[in-house]
Design a protein. Structure first.
Length: 333
């Protein structure tokens, strides 16, 4: 009996050490992920730069080097390769680590509704950002809409990027950051998701969508939910852009500016966004019920303040500085 008590006391003394060790491991993982993010950004720039130089040097003899389609594919490759290497090096099981779980069929239907119900918020953010910036991506991808069929544009501009970005931001980054707290992880990954678009226009609504995607993943327990909604939003945008590109650029914004004062447009879009938020909340609750995740979501919310790990590090700050620098560069050029 005396030996049992002694052992129990020893365990009590050791427990804080174990907790400290676990905390150190999680901090190391977070810092490693921050370096991964910086490496991902460098890889993206490097691949894009090499491809551009190759196009300038050999484009006349190798025409596909000047293809916008190939340029997009190369840039996406530059983004995803570091994360693939990270998962392989750490021997993570992609299915479990990324939370690739099947969804209830009705959940998929509600996700489609969710994607289109979020459009007033996207339009509102887009309209506000266009008052101080321009649609850089729309103009840079114009040639793609005229050279390829719509379905090819949807696959390349919407399908592939949505998978790549979800694996990076809601997969590798969020799954690691959440050890520092779910709310903190969700906000930081949403901000990083917005900044990685490297222009003010897309950043404005990408941050909001990043928050939606994190919430969807927690509500469903599967990254497939954010992939589906991400694809629907991007795919619809690409489809509509391809259909209207030859007629006019940013036609809806230009028309609104010509017919209505900015203040009225903002008020209308703000009201529609509020209505949209109510609809999205109802949809999220319905999805949680279908996936039987109500109790899990409640546990997550109740535990929101129990994790106090740090996410910010010099490598993360460096990544943000580079992103801001590129946004400024894109804005003035």
């Amino acid at each position: 009996m005396g030996n049992y008590d002694k052992t129990e006391k020893n365990l009590e003394v050791m427990e804080p050490g174990y907790e400290k060790a676990d905390s150190l491991v999680e901090t190391t993982r977070v810092q490693g992920n921050n370096w991964l993010l910086l490496i991902t950004l460098v890889s993206y720039f490097f691949c894009s730069f090499v491809w551009k130089e190759a196009a300038n040097l050999f484009g006349s003899r190798i025409p596909f080097l000047q293809s916008t389609m190939c340029s997009v594919l190369v840039s996406q490759t530059g983004l995803i390769v570091p994360t693939i290497c990270y998962l392989w090096k750490n021997k993570y099981n992609p299915v479990h680590f990324l939370k690739l779980h099947f969804l209830h069929p009705l959940t998929i239907v509600l996700l489609v509704v969710f994607a289109y119900a979020s459009y007033p918020i996207i339009v509102f953010c887009n309209y506000l950002s266009l008052q101080v910036s321009e649609n850089i991506v729309g103009s840079s991808l114009g040639s793609l809409y005229t050279e390829y069929p719509v379905w090819v544009c949807v696959v390349v501009i919407a399908g592939i990027p949505c998978i790549v970005e979800e694996i990076i931001f809601r997969g590798s980054l969020y799954q690691t950051y959440q050890n520092a707290g779910l709310i903190k992880a969700g906000v930081v990954t949403a901000i990083l998701f917005g900044f990685f678009h490297l222009n003010i226009n897309q950043m404005s609504y990408a941050i909001v969508l990043g928050l939606f995607f994190v919430i969807l993943n927690e509500i469903t327990g599967s990254i497939l939910s954010s992939m589906i909604v991400h694809f629907l939003i991007n795919g619809t945008s690409v489809y509509l852009s391809s259909k209207t590109y030859s007629a006019a650029n940013n036609i809806s914004v230009d028309t609104a500016n010509a017919m209505l004062p900015n203040e009225l447009v903002i008020l209308v879009l703000a009201f529609m966004s509020l209505v949209s938020l109510v609809i999205l909340a109802v949809l999220l609750y319905s999805i949680a019920c279908l996936e039987k995740r109500q109790e899990k979501v409640k546990e997550i919310w109740e535990a929101k303040g129990q994790q106090t790990g740090k996410i910010i590090s010099p490598s993360l700050i460096g990544t943000l500085i580079v992103c801001v620098g590129m946004m400024i560069w894109n804005q003035i050029n």
